[in-house]
Design a protein around this ligand. Structure first.
Ligand SMILES: Nc1ncnc2c1ncn2[C@@H]1O[C@H](COP(=O)(O)OP(=O)(O)OP(=O)(O)O)[C@@H](O)[C@H]1O
Ligand SMILES: [Mg+2]
Length: 256
């Protein structure tokens, strides 16, 4: 059975979408079957694949109007696209009974069809993110190497803990990924230490370095491996995908 993984940090611009796209593409290249779910009304993930007018969106599925109809982008990699309509979803769906279970209803039946379902969350902790936490097995938090990196993270941890107590007993923060890293900067190395002190073994050994190709790839509608296979970005996300697979292998062994 597949696992649902929410990629979340309510701070904006920390690399959530870039990580969802390229970790997803990296895992697909390692032979895993992946569904990427665009849960952000900005629809950046959808745009990263050059999809401008999706036929069926996550929004329509949340409203119960359409079944989720994932689109295959490359072998093993599927996307459930979003559109700007999702911006209204938070308001519209807020009065629905069981409003935090809407995504769970859609994704849980798909868990047998994929190895991993990666959910790209918006930069907020509203109803959409709550929906992601309600059905997620795990949360991965990308953190930008920035001097305010840790500030505000207590909020997301508090919410995940509340969800764990009240709604989803098995959710866990399974990983923290340091993004936009520049090892030449003492500041970034200091920040890495702070993040490791705080999150300890949850921090992935692989850090994602600043790399312009990662910012350029979406303009071509491509993941980093197709856009620039020899870039540092491709190297880092390949390493991250391999570390992800290793960690999940170890976890499976522990649980058996
Ligand atoms: N490692 C990197 N090197 C260079 N640019 C990057 C890197 N990671 C992300 N970017 C760029 O930084 C910007 C923010 O990244 P991204 O959209 O992935 O963040 P986000 O957390 O999803 O943002 P939001 O909170 O708005 O959803 C984008 O323009 C992206 O292309
Ligand atoms: Mg994003």
């Amino acid at each position: 059975m597949g696992k649902i993984i929410a990629i979340s940090n309510h701070k904006g611009g920390v690399g959530k979408t870039t990580t969802t796209v390229n970790l997803g593409a990296g895992l697909a290249r390692e032979g895993k079957k992946i569904l990427l779910v665009d849960l952000d009304p900005q629809a950046n993930l959808t745009q990263c694949f050059g999809i401008t007018k999706p036929e069926a969106t996550v929004y329509e599925a949340l409203k119960g109007e359409e079944a989720l109809n994932p689109v295959m982008v490359i072998e093993n990699l599927y996307i459930a696209p979003s559109s700007l309509d999702l911006a209204g979803a938070e308001m519209e769906l807020s009065s629905e009974a069981g409003r935090e279970y809407l995504l769970d209803e859609i994704l849980t039946p798909l868990k047998d069809d994929y190895d991993y379902l990666l959910v790209d969350c918006p930069p907020s902790l509203g109803l959409l993110t709550l929906n992601a936490f309600t059905c997620a097995d795990e949360v991965i938090i990308p953190i930008q190497a920035h001097f305010l990196a840790i500030k505000g993270l207590t909020k997301i941890i508090e919410i995940i803990n509340k969800v764990k107590r009240r709604i989803n007993k098995t959710i866990e923060i399974s990983g923290v990924v340091i993004t936009l890293y520049d090892g030449r900067k003492v500041l970034h190395r200091d920040i890495e230490e702070t993040i490791k002190t705080y999150f300890q073994e949850k921090v992935y050994n692989t850090k994602i370095r600043q790399n312009i190709a990662l910012a350029e790839a979406p303009t071509r509608g491509e993941d980093i491996f197709r856009y620039s296979a020899n870039s540092n970005g491709a190297f880092d996300y390949e390493k991250l995908s391999q570390e992800f697979i290793e960690r999940h292998k170890e976890k499976k062994l522990k649980n058996n």
